[in-house]
Design a protein around this ligand. Structure first.
Ligand code: 13P
Ligand code: SF4
Length: 351
């Protein structure tokens, strides 16, 4: 057969290792837990979105931050980086459909409508999930609000509720509701804002009674899990513990044995006794990796739900970015977006 010789994964991995050796501490590769196993294996740091944001900030010696995760995560690193650093995202098409649920235009419109009903611009505390564009983080930062992730959402909600009458949380309805329920808010204090319906689809009295206004958006990877999946898993593995990510719908979270951030799930599997069974409701690449790393316990996916966007980043992309150094196309965001998004991310790291 004619054409380019086929390059297998091992050759890419070897080439990346050589490049990492050549650049030493000047090059750091950050990888999210949901990355393909072969990409995750090369990460200098492997973490959830909160840990990787902190790692990007703390990577003092690194000149080049190669971020293997979806775009919003790389953007957060771009906002937090120091002047002499650059952030490279190996595959620009790796986005996040959840992040796309809220645009700055929609948020501006919602903010205006809600503030008008509440009679005060400072009645609401905006909180934005890490899974959002840099523009949405800037929108939040400019209004005194903070970013949060699934690992610090309860702390962020408490922080917001201490200071203002209610929080506006964007764009994940389910993380929002699960967090509110964990904090003991009653269902009538939680309202859902639909950006595609006039006034968010909410009566003014409901908005005035609310302590949390949640944005109507979801992650299709985590809403794939159902209460039927849980019932099936309980029947098949009555000895198993079922743990899920809080982006799952509330009825699923209510009938499992525990829920928490990606890092919580990683920690729980690591701490489980040999011989135990754990059934995990989150992105399947992570569950498969945990199963391989802990062969002395049974780690099973609640359902095989893949984040297609996370898996867009391949070794070939990572190699291409590393080979192009010190050139390439670093991420670039408008200065005013970086300035205001920085405020919201800094508040998250301080909360
Ligand atoms: P973490 O914040 O737990 O890393 O999750 C990110 C994400 O994309 C979950 O779907
Ligand atoms: Fe976005 Fe869901 Fe993928 Fe996380 S798992 S990156 S929220 S689509």
């Amino acid at each position: 057969m004619q054409g380019e010789p086929r390059v297998d994964g091992r050759q890419h991995a070897d080439a990346i290792r050589d490049l990492k050796k050549r650049w030493g501490p000047e090059l750091i590769l950050l990888a999210h837990h949901y990355q393909r196993p072969e990409v995750a294996a090369l990460g200098d740091r492997l973490g959830d979105s909160y840990e990787l944001a902190r790692d990007a900030r703390d990577a003092r010696e690194a000149r080049f931050i190669v971020f293997c995760g979806v775009r919003f995560m790389a953007e957060a690193a771009e906002v937090l980086r120091r002047d002499e650093q650059v952030v490279l995202h190996p595959e620009p098409s790796a986005g996040c459909p959840l992040a796309d649920f809220a645009s700055v235009e929609q948020a501006t419109e919602a903010w205006r409508g809600l503030s008008e009903i509440l009679g005060d611009e400072s009645a609401l505390m905006p909180l934005v999930y890490m899974n959002s564009s840099a523009g949405m983080k800037a929108f939040t930062g400019a209004r005194g609000g903070a970013v949060c992730t699934s690992s610090n959402a309860p702390r962020a909600f408490e922080w917001g509720l201490r200071q203002r009458r209610a929080v506006l949380f964007m764009p994940d309805e389910h993380l929002g509701r699960n967090t509110c329920r964990k904090l003991g808010l009653a269902p009538r204090e939680i309202v859902l804002y639909d950006p595609y319906t006039p006034g968010g689809g909410l009566e003014p009295e409901r908005i005035r009674a609310a302590r949390a206004v949640l944005w109507k958006g979801y992650c299709h990877v985590h809403t794939a899990f159902t209460v039927e999946d849980v019932a099936w898993a309980r029947e098949k593995h009555p000895e198993g513990r079922i743990l899920v990510h809080p982006e799952c719908p509330e009825p699923v979270v209510a009938c499992v044995d525990g829920s928490g951030s990606t890092s919580y799930l990683v920690r729980e599997v690591a701490a489980a006794a040999p011989g135990s069974t754990l059934i995990i409701g989150t992105e399947v690449s992570l569950v498969d990796r945990l199963a391989a790393e802990h062969a002395d316990r049974k780690v099973l996916p609640l359902r095989r739900s893949l984040c297609f966007n996370m898996s867009r980043i391949t070794l070939a992309h990572v190699r291409a970015v590393c080979e192009a150094l010190p050139g390439g196309e670093p991420l670039c965001l408008p200065e005013e977006v970086k300035r205001d998004a920085f405020k919201a991310l800094e508040r998250m790291l301080a909360i």
